[in-house]
Design a protein around this ligand. Structure first.
Ligand code: SF4
Ligand code: SF4
Length: 69
């Protein structure tokens, strides 16, 4: 099983991970704001994740961590 964690404090809401995901797992939050004033990425469709790590590789701030359980 794949466990994906997004560090919302580090995320700057750039959306690169959202575009990089082939399974439409991620989206920028429409409601949350982090301490820096950005809408962080969140998982809107977690069950579709295939653990490809495309999102984590794309993130310029290394905010996404993927673990296999
Ligand atoms: S690991 Fe792959 S499928 Fe899962 S959220 Fe990231 S880009 Fe999407
Ligand atoms: S690529 Fe990184 S910084 Fe950009 S929205 Fe995704 S998690 Fe946030």
């Amino acid at each position: 099983m794949v466990k994906l964690t997004i560090n919302e404090l580090v995320c700057k809401g750039c959306g690169l991970c959202v575009r990089a995901c082939p399974k439409a797992v991620l989206a920028l939050s429409k409601t949350k704001l982090n301490a820096k004033g950005y809408h962080p990425a969140e998982q809107v469709n977690p069950e579709a994740c295939i653990g490809c790590a495309s999102c984590a590789r794309t993130c310029p701030d290394v905010a996404i961590r993927i673990e296999r359980e």
